[in-house]
Design a protein around this ligand. Structure first.
Ligand code: FRU
Length: 494
C-alpha cells in the first residue's frame, strides 16, 4: 500500500484529490442525490473555496463530478444549500426543462487587514445541478457583517414560502422569501440558548414527525467551531416550534438541555457541519443528513497528502419522545444494507476474564457492518478492541462506572500529527432507558461510526493505523457476561 491508498476509505466519499470540508447544497431530484462540498482544488489544506460536486443514486456510492461553482469578484464560495424550485418561484426555470435548482451560498471576501465581508448570493441550474449560472443581482443579502454565513433554505409547506436560516457568529437569523431573491429578516435565535463556545455555523431547520404520534416538531441544527462534547467542532440540536416567524424551544426540551448538555448529533470528534437533503424524505417523514468526517482541531494535519477528508455515512434522522423527553435518533441510511455480502453470526458467547477473539471467519474489517446486542450488561461494561500485527489498537465500548460509551484512539496508529487528535478518550453518556445495550458499528479503513441503542447515542471517529486492522476482540470490564448476539456483514462495493 502507498500511504495514500492505505488511508483512503473504501466506501465513504472522498474527493479524488485536494482538500474538502463541509457538505453543501444537498438535494434529491430525478433519481439522484446531489452532494456539493467545500473544496479547495489547488491544495491539501483549506484555501479559496469552490463547490465540488458528487452524485449518487443511493447516498452510498458516489461519483465525483466537475466543480459546480467557482469563486467570482464577490468572493470565494462558502457553505450553503440548494433547493429544487418545483413551482419556478424564482422564474429561473425554462419552459419544458427540468425544475430549476437554486443554490444559495455565502460569498466570502477577504479585503486584507482583517477586513472581511460575508454576503449571501444565489446561482441557478437548468441542467439538474451540473452547471450553475450566478444571479445578476448578487449579493441578495448584505448586512455588512463579518461572520454571516451558511444559508440553509427550506420550503415551508404549511405557509407556502421559502424559509432560510443562517449563522451570524452568536445567533441564527431566520428569513423568508417568495422567490428566493428577495429575503425578509424574520427573527433571531440567540447563542445564550445553546453552546457558548466558538462561532455558530452551518444551521439547518426542518420539521419531523414524532415517531408513533400525529405530532410534529421543528428541529434546529447548529454547528459550533469549538466547544464540542469531546473538543473542537461539533453539531448540536434544538427541538421546538416554528410559527413561520420565530423558532421557540420546547419548554421541556429546554429544561432537560439545561440540566444535561446532551443534545449533539454525534459525540465522536469527526462529524461536523452536517445538514439535510432538500426535496428528500422517507415515507415515514425521516430526514436524511450527511456530515464532514473531520474536526477543525486537526483536519488540515491528518496524514494524507494528495486528498484530505471524507464525509460520514449518510444517516436517517427520526424524532422520538419517551420519558426522557424529545430526542433525535440517527441511523445509517437503509441503502447500506444493499451492499451486504458474506455474513458471520454468533450467539450467546461467554465473555470471561480473558479477551475473547471474535472469530469473524476472515471478514475484512475495513468494510463491515457489525450489529451486537448485550442484554445482561447494563451494570457492567465491555471493551471492543480492533488490532493489527503492529500492535495498534482502537478501543471502544461502554464503561459502567461513569455510564459512558467511549472511543479510545490514543494507540490507534499515527496520532502525533496533532496534539489535539488523540489527547483524550472520547465519551458519550448513555441515555437509553432500555435494559440492553445494542449497537451498529460501521467500519471503513480509517473510520468508525457507532450507533448505540437504535441511534440514541452516536460516535464517529477517524483513525490512521500503521497497517490495516485485522482482529476484533471483546473483553469485560469486570464481571463475565454473555454477548447475546453479534452479526458481521461484509460490505462489498465492487
Ligand atoms: C464550517 C465553515 C463554514 C464556512 C466554511 C468555509 O466548517 O467554517 O462556516 O462556510 O466552513 O469553508
Amino acid at each position: 500500500y502507498t500511504e495514500e491508498e492505505l488511508y483512503r476509505p473504501n466506501f465513504h466519499f472522498t474527493p479524488k484529490k485536494a482538500w474538502m470540508n463541509d457538505p453543501n447544497g444537498m438535494f434529491y431530484y430525478n433519481g439522484y442525490y446531489h452532494l456539493y462540498f467545500q473544496y479547495h482544488p489547488d491544495g491539501n489544506v483549506w484555501g479559496p473555496m469552490h463547490w465540488g460536486h458528487a452524485t449518487s443514486t443511493d447516498m452510498i456510492s458516489w461519483v465525483e463530478q466537475p466543480i459546480a461553482i467557482y469563486p467570482d469578484e464577490l468572493g470565494t464560495i462558502f457553505s450553503g444549500s440548494a433547493v429544487v424550485d418545483i413551482g419556478n418561484t424564482s422564474g429561473f426555470g425554462e419552459v419544458s426543462k427540468a425544475a430549476p435548482i437554486v443554490a444559495m451560498y455565502t460569498n466570502h471576501l477577504d479585503k486584507g487587514d482583517d477586513n472581511i465581508s460575508q454576503t449571501q448570493s444565489i446561482a441557478y441550474s437548468n441542467d439538474e445541478g451540473k452547471t450553475f449560472a450566478k444571479f445578476e443581482n448578487n449579493p441578495v443579502i448584505d448586512a455588512n457583517l463579518k461572520d454571516f454565513r451558511d444559508p440553509k433554505v427550506t420550503w415551508d409547506e404549511e405557509r407556502n414560502k421559502w424559509v432560510m436560516v443562517l449563522a451570524a457568529g452568536d445567533k441564527i437569523m431566520f428569513y423568508d422569501s417568495n422567490n428566493l431573491k428577495n429575503w425578509n429578516l424574520l427573527s433571531e435565535f440567540q447563542k445564550e440558548k445553546g453552546s457558548k463556545d466558538g462561532v455558530w455555523e452551518c444551521p439547518d431547520l426542518f420539521n419531523l414527525p414524532v415517531v408513533g404520534t400525529d405530532e410534529s416538531k421543528w428541529v434546529l441544527f447548529v454547528s459550533i467551531g469549538k466547544g464540542g462534547p469531546n473538543g473542537g467542532s461539533a453539531t448540536e440540536y434544538f427541538i421546538g416550534d416554528f410559527d413561520g416567524t420565530t423558532f421557540t424551544m420546547d419548554k421541556d426540551f429546554e429544561t432537560s438541555r439545561n440540566k444535561e448538555n446532551n443534545y449533539w448529533i454525534d459525540f465522536g470528534r469527526d462529524n461536523y457541519a452536517g445538514v439535510s437533503w432538500s426535496n428528500a424524505r422517507r415515507k415515514d417523514g425521516s430526514k436524511l443528513i450527511i456530515g464532514w468526517m473531520s474536526n477543525w482541531d486537526y483536519a488540515q494535519k491528518v496524514p494524507t497528502e494528495t486528498w484530505r477528508s471524507a464525509m460520514t455515512i449518510a444517516r436517517e434522522v427520526k424524532l422520538q419522545k419517551d420519558d426522557n423527553g424529545y430526542k433525535l435518533l440517527f441511523n445509517p441510511v437503509k441503502e447500506l444494507a444493499n451492499y451486504r455480502s458474506k455474513k458471520y453470526k454468533n450467539e450467546n458467547i461467554e465473555v470471561k476474564g480473558d479477551t475473547k477473539i471474535i472469530d469473524s471467519e476472515s471478514i475484512d474489517l475495513a468494510s463491515v457492518e457489525i450489529k451486537f446486542n448485550i442484554s445482561d450488561l447494563v451494570n457492567d461494561g465491555f471493551t471492543f478492541n480492533l488490532t493489527n500485527k503492529l500492535g495498534d489498537t482502537l478501543a471502544f465500548g461502554y464503561n459502567s462506572t461513569d455510564k459512558n460509551f467511549f472511543v479510545d484512539r490514543r494507540k490507534s496508529g499515527k496520532v502525533k500529527f496533532s496534539e489535539n487528535f488523540a489527547n483524550e478518550i472520547s465519551v458519550a453518556k448513555r441515555t437509553s432507558l432500555s435494559t440492553n445495550i445494542s449497537g451498529t458499528i460501521i467500519l471503513d479503513k480509517t473510520s468508525i461510526e457507532l450507533f448505540f441503542n437504535n441511534g440514541e447515542t452516536v460516535m464517529t471517529e477517524v483513525f490512521f493505523p500503521n497497517a490495516p486492522f485485522e482482529k476484533l476482540s471483546i473483553e469485560p470490564k469486570a464481571q463475565e457476561f454473555i454477548l447475546g448476539s453479534i452479526e458481521m456483514n461484509k460490505l462489498n462495493f465492487n
